[in-house]
Design a binder for this molecule. Structure first.
Ligand code: PLP
Length: 419
């Protein structure tokens, strides 16, 4: 699939890209409808990755476009600094805190997932400072984790290539890694560093970009228990899993978690506008709302609570609810798991994992994952190779069972072509 070999867009520096290769092979999308995308060459592709795990309700939703148009005509946005606010930001705050996994939560809006990570890490450190325990500053994250690429996200990256090259082990000092699915290993790190120095643990319920790695039974609640026992805040990164991806609104529900903070983005708008947020528990927000002597959290972005993004999110949530798409994602979990399971027997495949409506097909190290993904695209299915040479499968919730089978069949064909 090649587009724009000459001319258009050679000035664009793409994200996470080896530019010399990209300039020759860009796939330029010009339209989307449901689970499908159209390229500038006129090819129609099934979106097996929901973009970057974000397009939960699918592409081309006119009701969302209309909500954005109407909000922009009325008031494009107004910031929420100090005493200012706008109605969509207020309404969405009440709605999302009521549907989230933290009882009596507050929400702080951001522009996306990386912003939410930065906010949560700052707030964790500020929390312990105000508790008169200023030494509690270390942020723990898991090996292979992806938490975006802002300052804190880069610093707590479990994918080392995202942390490398900025002059020290991390941009922001005092971060450390814990193992995945190994509670004894986590306890050992906590003991070694000293709980009196640890502010927070950040974890994705199902690890996404790290290679679609589900938690082993008991791991996440064990992590939460270890955090509680050591006065460490437990921050759950639901940027991918939030808003239905695991068959319930938040994966924290599915795994019985009650975090101190929950990070959101992507599925909150299904990508129709950039928006993220952090749900915050009373133990953290309490003092900031308490009385005339309450401290301030000196944080905020021009687009925290962007009115049009919040109006878009509200319509996106209407669609999820009215079309029963979270329930549909729960149904699709089994459909996907059954469709990809036989790929585990392929000679080029090391492992197949799934949890919720997301799956990863891990290829053997010597198999060129990017080339397999390209072969899938040539076969009409959008595919990405992520960490651990893993193919990412997480379609919009509007796909049919047959389309899920087609995704698996396309991967099978692509693998056969290399076998
Ligand atoms: N956290 C997780 C788990 C993610 O997967 C991502 C993005 O993929 C982020 C944070 C960062 O979100 P954004 O790209 O919106 O900044």
């Amino acid at each position: 699939m090649s587009s724009n070999r000459v001319g258009l867009g050679t000035s664009l520096w793409s994200a996470q890209a080896h530019m010399p290769s990209v300039l020759d092979s860009r796939v330029t999308l010009v339209a989307g409808d449901g689970a499908y995308l159209t390229t500038s060459d006129g090819a129609r592709l099934l979106d097996a990755t929901a973009g970057l795990w974000h397009a939960n309700v699918g592409h081309g939703r006119e009701s969302i476009a209309r909500a954005a148009y109407e909000q922009m005509c009325r008031l494009e946005t107004y910031h929420v600094f100090g005493r200012f606010a706008n109605e969509p930001a207020l309404q969405l705050a009440d709605r999302v805190t009521a549907m989230g996994p933290i009882p009596d939560a507050k929400v702080f809006w951001t522009s996306g997932g990386s912003d939410a990570v930065d906010l949560a890490c700052k707030l964790a450190r500020r929390h312990w400072q105000l508790e008169n325990r200023p030494d509690k500053r270390i942020i723990l994250s898991r090996a292979n984790a992806y938490h975006g690429l802002h300052g804190f996200g880069t610093s707590i990256a479990g994918l080392e290539y995202n942390r490398d090259g900025y002059g020290s082990d991390s941009l922001i000092p005092e971060t450390a890694r814990i193992p995945t699915n190994d509670l004894a290993g986590v306890a050992a790190v906590i003991a070694e560093l000293g709980p009196e120095r640890i502010a927070a643990i950040v974890a994705e319920p199902v690890m996404g970009t790290g290679g679609v790695i589900p938690p082993e039974p008991g791991y996440l609640d064990g992590l939460q228990r270890l955090a509680r026992a050591n006065d460490i805040l437990f921050i759950v990164d639901e940027v991918i899993t939030g808003f239905g991806r695991t068959g319930v609104m938040f994966a924290s529900e599915r795994f019985g978690l009650q975090p101190d903070m929950v990070l959101m983005a992507k599925g909150i708008t299904s990508g129709y506008a950039p928006l993220g947020g952090v749900l915050i528990a009373p133990a953290v927000w309490g003092r900031f709302f308490a009385d005339a002597d309450a401290p301030m959290f000196r944080h905020g972005l021009t687009y925290s609570g962007h009115a049009t993004a919040c109006a878009v999110a509200a319509t996106n949530l209407d669609i999820l609810e009215q079309e029963g798409l979270v329930e549909r994602a729960a149904e699709l979990e089994g459909v996907l798991a059954r469709a990809v399971k036989p790929l585990a027997d392929h000679e080029l495949v090391a492992d197949v994992r799934s949890a919720g409506f997301m799956a990863g097909v891990q290829l053997l190290p010597e198999v060129p994952g990017e080339a397999i993904a390209d072969a899938c695209i040539a076969g009409g299915v959008v595919m990405r190779a992520i960490n651990n040479n893993t193919l990412q499968i997480c379609p919009p919730f509007v796909v049919t069972d047959e389309e899920v089978s087609r995704i698996a069949a396309t991967i099978q064909d692509a693998l056969d072509g290399f076998a």
